[in-house]
Design a protein. Structure first.
Length: 202
């Protein structure tokens, strides 16, 4: 066995010392590769750390007969792809949340809000009937068309439209009846709250 294969064999047995050496051997190469695709120092560093966490977690799967470098950079490539997909999805969700806010409130956007105000829209959405909430989030947050959602639930597009109209009216009523209604709009805390709702129900 060559020195790298011996090192990998020790990593497979759970040797933290061997893993630290493996990390030192490759961290800069992995970082540079990721940074070429993600031009953000902090994110590239985080993704690089994720790659090695994955290596450690899957250490028992290391194949000493195959190229470790190829395996390492395949994981790095996957992390970059996953990050880009998530970033794109989060950007779409953010845009749709801003649209929801503008449809529900007729007031101009504000720049700063309290945590309580941030949560009001999320709590109002939670009060919708289960199916209406799902339809509303699929159309407004996920950006699905009425046709897509109608096929998903086996109902007409007019029924989907009716759910959206009623959901919007209900949310507007909820927010109008709150003291902070004039500034219930999208902010990062709300983005997290509504996104967590979506993840739980879909």
């Amino acid at each position: 066995m060559n020195s790298e294969t011996l090192l990998l064999a020790e990593v497979r047995t759970g040797s933290k010392k061997a893993f630290e050496q493996l990390y030192r051997n490759y961290k800069f190469r992995v970082y540079r590769t990721i940074h070429k695709q993600i031009s953000d120092d902090a994110i590239a560093e985080e993704l690089m750390q994720d790659v090695f966490i994955k290596i450690w977690e899957k250490r028992s799967d290391l194949d000493l007969e195959k190229s470790f470098v190829a395996y390492l950079f395949r994981i790095a490539g996957s992390r970059v792809v996953d990050y880009c997909r998530k970033a794109k999805r989060d950007q779409a969700i953010k845009a749709n949340l801003q649209l929801i806010a503008s449809e529900i409130s007729e007031e101009p956007l504000e720049s700063t809000f309290s945590r309580e105000e941030d949560d009001l829209l999320a709590r109002a959405i939670e009060q919708l009937p289960p199916q209406r909430k799902k339809i509303f989030l699929l159309c407004k947050l996920e950006g699905k068309s009425y046709e897509e959602v109608s096929r998903l639930y086996g109902v007409s597009t007019s029924t989907i439209s009716d759910h959206i109209v009623k959901a919007t009216k209900f949310l507007r009523k909820c927010l109008v009846n709150t003291p902070a209604a004039n500034c219930i709009l999208f902010v990062p805390f709300l983005f997290v709250s509504v996104k967590s709702i979506l993840e739980k129900i879909i």
